[in-house]
Design a protein around this ligand. Structure first.
Ligand code: HEC
Ligand code: HEC
Length: 369
């Protein structure tokens, strides 16, 4: 292990400095979604807000989107969440904060737009257990829903086919989720100050030194948690124990997404030949089973201190446990599906390095807007 001590290069190298430069200043104004024609319209945002909070869209009448995506972290504080009839979700609900910056949605990426994502919980029997008839009845019953819907889509909810109605309701939800941004965090200030210190040759004296060094170098976190959202927007098998029906991860949902009637290249998309549809085609041509089996989306780490428990299974109660998981090189072989990616190996972090990583993760909580 001598190589890691005396001969170690000073941190950061020029390459590492470039990686650090990518990490700060996430925009609080994500670009408009071309596949969603009502995105950015104030009326759509307001109607989406009201629908997001309305349990009347569920068949049981008691579950709204907000039931599982509320509080500071816009999620629940248990490993799984409760839907209609007391049923439990299979996975841990991710936050909807900053979700507009995602390129893929759901832990396994089975939705490629935010509006189509919303159709999944609406129709999932363990979540809202709904369908177009329940949704239509609710929209028709409330005059303020009916008139705003007509203003936006040119026709009353009663006048459209079932799939069009579901797509439009999804587009309203997504228009609302656009404003759920929580960006500027102490982390951004730390990274900018640290870069200036490094450029001035005094990196080692900076309070963020050990956390950033461990995140970038010994912990290898930045291999996947990069860019201003701290995600590569890709899928990896980190070797997390999962014996549930969805343990196959992205590989298991790939064909369903490519054939899905609501994907970004479908007739319900408002830009079926645009960049988002192209991304889907790229996925079709480049998918490799050994990379996608048991692989889950790299989540953003912004606001992560607000969203315990962690991972798609919700198995880890605290950020300390997450760091221990990585330090151990993941869960034992045989406890998860597929092949663990080569980056995940035992890290041999010191206690000080572990603490510095946890501090770094905690500094990612943004200011509510
Ligand atoms: C019963 C709890 C529950 C309800 C109700 C619910 N969700 Fe979720 N939500 C989840 C779970 C669990 C996941 C992760 C599912 C998965 O990855 O398989 C999720 C994932 C998401 C995601 C993806 C986030 C990401 O980073 O990929 C978004 C966006 C979202 N939900 C929005 C909504 C909207 C909009 C509604 C209402 C139409 C809704 N949710 C209703 C539990 C719920
Ligand atoms: C090979 C890519 C990769 C590397 C390297 C990596 N991560 Fe992750 N990270 C992921 C993926 C993928 C997930 C989701 C895994 C799952 O749920 O199956 C994740 C999940 C997390 C979560 C949970 C977030 C949440 O909302 O539940 C935290 C925190 C985290 N990583 C921090 C780190 C830290 C700290 C390091 C470095 C020690 C690191 N990661 C290294 C890909 C990576």
């Amino acid at each position: 292990m001598g190589w890691a001590c005396e001969s170690e290069e000073p941190f950061p190298t020029l390459d590492e400095l470039d990686q650090l430069r990518s990490l700060h200043s996430l925009s609080s104004h994500p670009r408009l979604d071309a596949t969603n024609k009502v995105d950015g319209l104030p009326v759509a945002q307001e109607l989406g807000h009201d629908l997001f909070k309305d349990p009347g869209l569920s068949r049981c009448g008691t579950v709204s989107c907000d039931s599982c995506h509320s509080g500071d972290g816009r999620t629940v504080d248990t490993a799984t969440a409760e839907g209609c009839g007391g049923q439990r979700t299979e996975r841990n609900p991710p936050t909807v904060l900053n979700v507009r910056h995602n390129r893929w949605f759901m832990w396994d990426g089975r939705a490629d737009s935010l509006w189509s994502q919303a159709i999944l919980p609406l129709t999932n029997p363990v979540e809202m257990d709904s369908d177009a008839e329940v949704v239509r009845a609710r929209l028709q019953a409330e005059e303020s829903y009916r008139t705003r819907y007509q203003t936006l889509f040119g026709v009353e909810p009663s006048g459209v086919a079932a799939p069009v109605l579901m797509a439009n309701v999804g587009k309203l939800m997504a228009a609302y989720e656009r404003v759920l941004m929580q960006v500027d965090a102490p982390f951004d200030t730390d990274v900018k100050r640290f870069i200036a210190a490094a450029e001035a040759g005094s990196a080692e004296g900076d309070p963020a030194y050990l956390g950033l060094k461990t995140f970038v170098r010994k912990g290898q976190c930045i291999v996947c948690h990069k860019g201003p959202s701290l995600t590569d927007e890709l899928f990896h098998n980190v070797g997390l124990e999962d014996r549930g029906p969805g343990a196959g991860g992205q590989w298991a949902v790939l064909n369903a997404l490519l054939d899905w009637e609501f994907n970004a290249s479908s007739r319900h998309s408002d830009d079926p030949n645009g960049a988002d549809a192209l991304r889907l085609r790229t996925l079709r041509s480049q998918a490799k089973q050994e990379e996608l089996e048991g692989a889950f989306r790299t989540p953003s780490l912004r606001n992560v201190a607000l969203t315990a428990p962690y991972m798609h299974t919700g198995a880890q109660a605290s950020l300390e446990e997450v760091v221990d998981f990585y330090n151990d090189g993941g869960n034992p072989e045989g406890s998860f599906t597929g092949k663990r990616t080569v980056t995940i190996v035992p890290l041999e972090l010191t206690d000080a390095e572990k603490r510095a990583l946890v501090e770094l993760l905690k500094s990612l909580t943004g200011t509510p807007r």
